[in-house]
Design a protein around this ligand. Structure first.
Ligand code: SAH
Length: 291
C-alpha cells in the first residue's frame, strides 16, 4: 500500500476573496509620492501616518525646491516616530526572537524592529509587488537573512505556530475581519508574546460610522472597525490588552502639515482632519499579551 505524501505547507497565496484581490490590486499599482518620496530619504518605506509635534517652519521656506524637500523630510520624520513608538512596545526582544509584521506594506516597520532589537522579522502583504519591493530593500541593506517578506494573506500565513515573540498590525486591520486576524496572531505568538496594533477606528461614543469615516473607507477600499470591536475580538482570542493609547491628538500636526504639502497630498487630508476633530474617528495604539 502506498500513502500520499503529507503536505503541511500552505499554498504561497491561499485562496483569497474577490475583495482581497481588489485590495491587492490597489497596493500593486499604488505609487503615491507621499509614500515613495518620503521613503527614498533613507530607504525606510512607511505606508502609515505620522505622530508628534511638527516643525511648521518648513512651510515658511522661501525656495520652492528646498520647501518641498523640507516638508517631505518633516512628514517622514513624523512617520518614522510612529513606527518607533510601535516598535518600542514590542520589546524586550533579543536577536534570536522572531517577529511577525501583518500587512507589512513596503516593509519599513520590519526594518525598524530589526534595527532596534536585532530580531528576525517576517512581513506579510497581499500585494506581490510590495513583497518584491521590500525583499529588494532588505537585500540592499544586507539583512535578507534576518528580514523576509512574503506575498501571503495575513489571515492564513502558513508561518509556524508559536514561533513568534511579537507581532503587529500597523494600519492594516481595516482590511480584514478582526476575529480571523486575531486568531492567526494568537496561533503564531508564543505564550507571553506581545501583540501591538496602531489603527484608525470609529468612536462608539459618537454612534455609528460618520460621513468622514465612510469617505475614508471608500478612498482606501477598507472597512474601519469601531473601537469596541478590537477589545471584543482580542478577548475572544487570548490577547489581553496591557496598554491603550489614544494617539488622535498626536496625529493632528502630521495631517495639518500634509494638507499643505503641494505635490504630496492625496485628497483625503481634510477628511481625516474633520473626522478626528468631530470626534467620530480615533487613532489608537493597543498593546496586548498573548496568554
Ligand atoms: N504596515 C505597513 C503598511 C500599511 S498599508 C506600514 O505601516 O507601512 C496596508 C497594508 O495591508 C498593505 O500592505 C496591504 O497589502 C496589506 N493588506 C491588506 N489586506 C491584507 C491581507 N488580507 N493580507 C495581507 N496583507 C494585507
Amino acid at each position: 500500500m502506498t500513502t500520499a505524501p503529507h503536505v503541511t505547507a500552505a499554498a504561497p497565496v491561499p485562496a483569497q476573496s474577490t475583495y482581497q484581490s481588489r485590495v491587492a490590486e490597489y497596493w500593486n499599482i499604488e505609487e503615491n509620492p507621499v509614500n515613495l518620496e518620503l521613503g527614498k530619504i533613507d530607504d525606510l518605506y512607511h505606508h502609515h501616518y505620522g505622530i508628534g509635534t511638527a516643525d511648521d517652519s518648513v512651510l515658511d521656506e522661501p525656495d520652492p525646491t528646498r520647501r518641498h524637500e523640507r516638508i517631505t523630510a518633516e512628514l517622514h520624520r513624523l512617520e518614522q516616530a510612529q513606527a518607533e513608538l510601535l516598535a518600542a512596545r514590542l520589546g524586550p526582544l533579543s536577536p534570536t526572537d522572531r517577529v511577525f509584521d501583518a500587512g507589512c506594506g513596503r516593509g519599513g516597520g520590519s526594518v525598524v524592529a530589526h534595527s532596534r532589537y536585532g530580531c528576525q522579522a517576517d512581513g506579510v502583504t497581499i500585494s506581490a509587488k510590495q513583497a518584491d519591493f521590500a525583499n529588494t530593500q532588505a537585500r540592499k541593506r544586507g539583512i535578507e537573512d534576518k528580514v523576509r517578506y512574503h506575498h501571503r494573506n495575513m489571515l492564513d500565513t502558513g508561518l509556524p505556530t508559536g514561533a513568534f515573540a511579537a507581532s503587529w498590525n500597523n494600519e492594516s486591520t481595516m482590511y480584514v475581519e478582526l476575529e480571523l486576524l486575531f486568531a492567526e496572531h494568537a496561533r503564531l505568538l508564543r505564550r507571553g508574546g506581545r501583540y501591538v496594533v496602531i489603527t484608525g477606528c470609529y468612536n462608539d461614543a459618537y454612534g455609528r460610522a460618520s460621513r468622514e469615516v465612510s469617505l475614508i473607507n471608500a478612498h482606501y477600499i477598507c472597512d474601519i472597525h469601531p473601537r469596541s470591536a478590537y477589545f471584543r475580538a482580542m478577548a475572544r482570542n487570548r490577547l489581553v490588552p496591557v496598554h491603550v493609547e489614544d494617539l488622535t491628538e498626536a496625529a493632528l500636526p502630521y495631517w495639518e502639515l500634509r494638507s499643505k504639502a503641494d505635490g504630496l497630498v492625496t485628497g483625503i487630508e481634510d477628511t481625516f482632519l474633520t473626522a478626528y476633530k468631530n470626534g467620530s474617528f480615533q487613532y489608537l495604539l493597543i498593546a496586548a499579551d498573548r496568554v
